[in-house]
Every structure is written in structure tokens, then in C-alpha cells.
Design a protein around this ligand. Structure first.
Ligand code: XMP
Length: 261
């Protein structure tokens, strides 16, 4: 098993949680770092990993404020994921990956639209060298996802027409990705992607709560980790909310599914 998959499974087991907290804190009063640290410190017991996005990277800087958050996450036993959706030519992708991994991120999210050669190959090479993870987009959670990820395209491997997201799922297997992203807002797409990945590559699913996704539908379709941001960080009591969501997930897993999807 790859190092990133292993630390995620370990963290899930220790925490009894499948929540990846999207720490998308916004604060106009220059208290951003303190606010982000506070939410992490309150909610860490109920989550299995942390995901950071540009909400923190742009104002705080990767090697300054964000690094402090990553150090704290690691002290609390939490793996961290950078949601940069890397999407450039190979030379630039290599620099993106090296910098985020050097700052302490355990995995980064990348976009398979750019392909392998001179595209994502350098990211996978850096990840292997540094024992880190790569998570690929397959179907995003927003309304217009169908315009790109849902297109019917020619599958060069099979010679047949196929939805783009299923080709991306097959590439996740072929390239040895540590996870894929499929929006909880489209459980039917998760189900199809799961049929390709068969649990070999875990599905990370954003879009629960604020974007309309449903915990039970996403898990039943095959999502493994649920990425949750605003429903927790904007709650009056983020720790209590994270705990409640964790318990709902575990209830679905034990009552409805009996075992892992
Ligand atoms: P909310 O507040 O909607 O936060 O619970 C969700 C977080 O996940 C990001 N997001 C995505 N990231 N692929 C990704 O890689 C997606 O399809 C996707 N949809 C949402 C969002 O930016 C936020 O950080």
C-alpha cells in the first residue's frame, strides 16, 4: 500500500472518522491564522485529515502561516491535503508539487485533464520520491461539472466513446493515484466511478451539506472519505458539529452498509 493511503487508513482507524475537514476559513480582521488554528484545535478529534485550499494559502503564504497549521495538524496526528488542483505543464507541476510537499503537505490534488507525459507524470515522480500522495479529480461537485468531466469523449484505450470521468477513473488506477475526487452532489457518478476503482483507489467526496450532497447517498454509492468545509467551520460550535457529522457517518456505515463500501 502507498504511504499516503496507509497514513489515511491509520488516521481513520485511530479517529473513528472519515471526515476530511476543509479548513476554508475567511476572516477580514487579520485573525485568520488564529481562527484557523482555533477551529483545528477544537475539531481535530472528530476528523481524519485536513484539506487546505487557497482561502489560507493566498493570504498566509505556504512556508509561513500555512506551515504553522500543517505542523499543528501533524502534532495532532492528522495528514494534510493541498487542494491546488494542479493543472499545468510538467515543469510547472513539478515545482508546484515540490513546494507543497516541502511545506509539509502529505498529498496534493491534481487535474488529469492535462494528461501524463509533460503533464502529471512529474507530480507522480516527486510524490514517489518524497513518499507523498496524489489525488485526482474525476467528477467535480459543482453544477457545471458536466461541461468538462461529463463530456462523452473518445477513449483511446478502448476505441469507444466513454464519459470523461470514467476515463479519469481508469487513469487513476493506471497511474497509481492515492485517491480520486467525486462530488457528493452526484451519487450516481460516484457509483459508476466506484465500479471502476473497486475500492483499490479510495473516493474522496466534497459537496456534503452546503452544496446539497447527502451523507448516506454518497457513502452508499461508494465514497470513502467525505470532505466537509462550511457546514463545520461556519457552525456556532465546529467541534460539536464535526462530532455530530462523524456520528451520522458511522451510524450509516454500521446500520445501512454493515461494512465499508
Ligand atoms: P464545502 O464548504 O462546500 O467545502 O463543504 C468543500 C471544499 O472542497 C472543495 N471542493 C472540491 N475540491 N474537487 C476538489 O478537488 C471538487 O469537486 C470540489 N468541490 C469542492 C472546495 O473548494 C472546498 O475547499
Amino acid at each position: 500500500m502507498s504511504p499516503f493511503k496507509f497514513i489515511m487508513e491509520e488516521s481513520e482507524r485511530r479517529k473513528g472518522s472519515r471526515i476530511v475537514l476543509a479548513l476554508d476559513v475567511i476572516d477580514e480582521h487579520k485573525n485568520l491564522l488564529a481562527k484557523a488554528m482555533g477551529i483545528l484545535g477544537d475539531a481535530y478529534e472528530h476528523i481524519c485529515a485536513l484539506k487546505i485550499n487557497h482561502h489560507l494559502v493566498l493570504p498566509l503564504g505556504v512556508f509561513d502561516g500555512v506551515k504553522k497549521i500543517l505542523d499543528k495538524a501533524h502534532d495532532l496526528g492528522l495528514p494534510s491535503i493541498m487542494d491546488c488542483k494542479a493543472n499545468d505543464i510538467g515543469h510547472t507541476n513539478r515545482v508546484i508539487a515540490e513546494n507543497y510537499y516541502k511545506a509539509g503537505f502529505d498529498a496534493i490534488i491534481a487535474n488529469p485533464f492535462v494528461g501524463w507525459e509533460e503533464g502529471l507524470q512529474p507530480i507522480f515522480e516527486v510524490a514517489k520520491k518524497m513518499s507523498r500522495g496524489v489525488i485526482l479529480l474525476t467528477y467535480m461537485s459543482h453544477k457545471a461539472a458536466w461541461e468538462g468531466y461529463g463530456q462523452m469523449v473518445y477513449d483511446a484505450a478502448s476505441g469507444e466513446a466513454s464519459p470523461q470521468y470514467l476515463i479519469f477513473a481508469k487513469k487513476a488506477l493506471l497511474w497509481g493515484a492515492d485517491g480520486v475526487i467525486a462530488g457528493a452532489t452526484y451519487p450516481e457518478k460516484i457509483r459508476e466511478i466506484y465500479a471502476v476503482l473497486r475500492g483499490i483507489v479510495p473516493i474522496y467526496s466534497p459537496g456534503i451539506g452546503m452544496q446539497g450532497g447527502d451523507i448516506e447517498m454518497a457513502l452508499s454509492a461508494g465514497a470513502h472519505y467525505l470532505i466537509i468545509g462550511r457546514s463545520i467551520i461556519d457552525a456556532k460550535d465546529p467541534a460539536e458539529t464535526a462530532k455530530r457529522i462523524k456520528n451520522s457517518i458511522n451510524k450509516v456505515l454500521s446500520e445501512r452498509l454493515g461494512s465499508r463500501p
